[in-house]
Design a protein around this ligand. Structure first.
Ligand SMILES: Cc1ncc(COP(=O)(O)O)c(C=O)c1O
Length: 693
């Protein structure tokens, strides 16, 4: 046999807007589908896809259109590429598969998904339309202009029909006599499309095969834009899931998406289904996606082995549809869960109105956010940026400028003090403050004037403060550092020290803020009002990076126009989403919810620790918790992987701490479910060799 598969085939999309063999003969165009991004979907999924159209005139003879299509398909196969025919009346199928078979040298197997059997001959057809005949013709029976197209007939034993629910006895008899397997719609309903398709796929064996999908196989309530709709049919989601990745299969030599009739698709739903089908059939599987990320991306992350594709509330779903309880919330960024309707609505509405303007102009959303943020937190002013690291940089710049302009520190001498074990982001300056060797390694030199003191030790801070100290930057609870809660009174003592020495107390509440620990700000647990606060993560509603530096006029007043800025900082889209996020935070009372659910979380983790000596500490506040494990007994990374296998997403830090920060909107029963899984997993691990999987 000639070369029929290429390792990297081009998918040649061929649009044919012919309904010449149909009950209502007319011609149209499929170009609008391409304008809506048909072949782009295939390319986004890693297939080399090109678009072409076979123009059809109203006075064209069907036979001539069929010949042109058969030629086009044969030419594509001869280049070891794959045709994807978008029609057009299903009679066109008589050409596609003949052309493909001719170029291959033998007929491919064919999975025919259709409400109809299309197995009439002129003798049996009530209408006499070619429309009802292509499958019979491909099997060598019936109308000469269809049957006689050059190319081998299909082999009935390698033809499977799925979803038929409207046909005549003559068709059933013909297919039964020939030995074609038919799975009627009732069977598909009972077993599910994926199961039936998988069986058909198995029957195709290792030889070349293809799919001819008549869109009327789908429930017309979802895809009405077809020539002959029939009530009932396959649900779109089921079809998309069942066909997922089909076009990427090595021996899938062609695909037809037929009967798309834009004239009947008034709401555009059918076009959307066709585009979703383009995406589904070309979708790479999880292993491929991981290979791409590992092969095309920088190696600066080592993700847990799961490829997430969808989120809903506190639950995430992988590409295979398995669900996982989110006990991480993207490091608190998705505190409001995934797909919160209020936030999605704000995003969509604002994205449609105005997204980005830069700060060269006022916009009508940012002022609302600034007012809201300052009223909520009690600071005079807010400076919006995008990521947390930018907000920390903003704080450091503000502190230095304040030291020179207000405190009177000699220019170039200002010092910033941070804590051992801190995490404030990844810029050069910020990692210059870090005590973590890996975060610093290879990135020196760092700016001068950066110092560190042990976390939780107010006396150490007192000893480190000099007349040149501008600010003390501190997390109220260290997150990345291992959910480290400082001793009671620490923050208050630091605040008093800073006040006494004229040093700014800057709280990095990027992770702990906005209700995460059971109060709006974690500093409030100690009644501390820092001189400045940094917010991020949840401020973007889990949809966009939105962060802010907040301070009173005495500090923020050091910035003049041009001193500092960011193109995207404070854009209207970010501001609208952040406003909605603050609405949700307040209206759903999420800080209080975190306090209540956090009690359950910590209580149950403590109980688990009592039963499991491998857990050496349980720490946290609100829905922000961590367990520290004895590395001699349990490897935290392996534990995170074992938890993943049980459907809970967590993340280790520093090899010994597993952190848990579920969305603040998590339902109590889901939280308890996750805790049950954690309990099982840890207990399962007891006594096992730590590095064994
Ligand atoms: C306390 C704290 N500050 C700052 C950052 C940096 O935020 P981003 O990753 O958005 O730059 C983080 C990120 O984890 C953080 O936890």
């Amino acid at each position: 046999m000639r070369k029929l598969v290429s390792l990297n085939p081009t998918v040649q999309c061929i649009g044919v807007g012919s309904f010449l063999g149909a009950p209502d003969p007319h011609v149209g165009s499929t170009a609008a589908l391409e304008q809506a991004g048909f072949s782009a979907r295939l390319r986004d999924n890693g297939l080399d896809a090109r678009w072409s159209e076979i123009p059809v005139a109203p006075d064209d003879a069907l036979a001539s259109v069929l010949l042109r299509l058969a030629e086009a398909c044969a030419a594509v196969i001869s280049r070891a590429d794959r045709p994807l025919v978008i029609g057009g009346d299903h009679s066109l199928a008589a050409a596609t598969w003949k052309g493909i078979g001719r170029a291959l040298g033998s007929a491919p197997g064919l999975i025919w998904i259709d409400a109809h059997l299309d197995a009439h001959t002129p003798a049996s057809s009530p209408s006499g339309n070619a429309h009802g005949m292509p499958l019979a013709a491909l099997l060598g029976e019936g109308d000469p202009p269809l049957v006689d197209l050059p190319g081998p007939p299909l082999v009935p034993q390698r033809v499977v029909v799925i979803g038929a629910r409207c046909f005549e006895p003559a068709e059933t008899e013909r297919l039964a006599r020939l030995g074609v397997r038919v799975h009627p719609a009732a069977e598909v309903r009972e077993r599910g499309f994926a199961a039936v398709f998988a069986e058909a796929r198995w029957l195709m064996g290792n030889g070349p095969w293809g799919i001819s999908l008549d869109l009327d196989a789908i429930d017309p309530a979802a895809a009405p834009g077809v020539a002959t709709p029939v009530a009932g049919g396959i649900a779109v989601d089921e079809l998309l899931a069942g066909l997922s990745g089909a076009l990427r299969e090595r021996n899938c030599v062609g695909l037809e998406l037929m009967e798309f009739d834009p004239g009947r698709d008034s709401g555009g739903n059918t076009a959307r289904v066709v585009l979703a089908l383009a995406d589904a059939v070309s979708r790479p599987d999880a292993a491929t996606l991981r290979r791409w990320e590992e092969g095309f991306g920088a190696r600066n992350y080592a993700p847990l082995p799961v490829v997430l594709a969808r989120g809903e509330g506190a639950w995430l779903f992988d590409t295979e549809g398995r669900r996982y309880l989110d006990f991480m919330s993207a490091y608190s960024a998705t505190s409001f869960g995934h797909g919160h309707p209020r936030l999605l609505a704000a995003l969509a509405e604002q994205a449609g109105r105005l997204a980005v303007t830069s700060r060269a102009y006022f916009n009508d959303r940012l002022p609302r956010l600034l007012r809201r943020l300052t009223l909520l937190t009690g600071y005079d002013r807010a400076l919006p940026v995008n990521t947390g690291a930018e907000a920390v940089e903003t704080a450091l710049k503000a502190a230095r400028k304040w030291a020179y302009r207000v405190k009177g520190v000699p220019e170039g001498e200002a010092e910033i003090i941070a804590c051992d074990g801190n995490f404030h982001g990844r810029s050069i300056t910020i990692v210059g403050l870090s005590s973590e060797p890996q975060y610093r390694d290879g990135f020196s030199p760092f700016p001068p004037g950066l110092r560190r003191v042990p976390y939780g030790d107010a006396a150490a801070l007192a000893a480190a403060i000099t007349p040149n100290t501008a600010a003390f930057l501190v997390e109220p609870i260290q997150g990345e550092g291992g959910i480290v809660v400082p001793p009671a009174g620490y923050l208050a003592a630091c605040a008093a020290l800073c006040r006494r020495h004229g040093v700014l107390l800057i709280a990095d509440e990027v992770q702990t803020g906005l209700g995460r620990t059971g109060r709006l700000l974690a500093c409030q647990h100690e009644g501390v009002r820092p001189d400045a606060v940094i917010l991020g993560k949840a401020l973007g509603g889990g949809l966009l990076p939105v962060s802010a530096f907040l301070a009173d006029e005495g500090v923020m007043g050091v910035f003049r126009p041009g001193d500092h800025g960011s193109t995207f900082g404070g854009n209207p889209l970010a501001a609208a989403v952040a406003l909605a996020a603050l609405d949700v935070l307040e209206e759903e009372n999420l800080a209080a919810r975190s306090a209540v659910l956090g009690e359950i979380l910590l209580q149950r983790l403590r109980e688990l620790a009592t039963a499991c000596p491998a857990i050496v500490a349980v720490r946290g506040r609100g829905l922000f918790a961590g367990i520290e494990v004895d590395p001699a007994q349990i490897d935290a990374r392996r534990l995170a992987e074992a938890l993943l296998a049980r459907g809970v997403l967590s993340k280790e830090t520093h090899g010994t701490v597993l952190r848990f920060a579920p969305p603040l909107v998590i339902r109590r029963e889901d939280l308890e479910w996750g805790l049950d899984r954690i309990g099982e997993t840890v207990k399962d691990w007891q006594g096992r060799e730590p590095r064994a999987a």
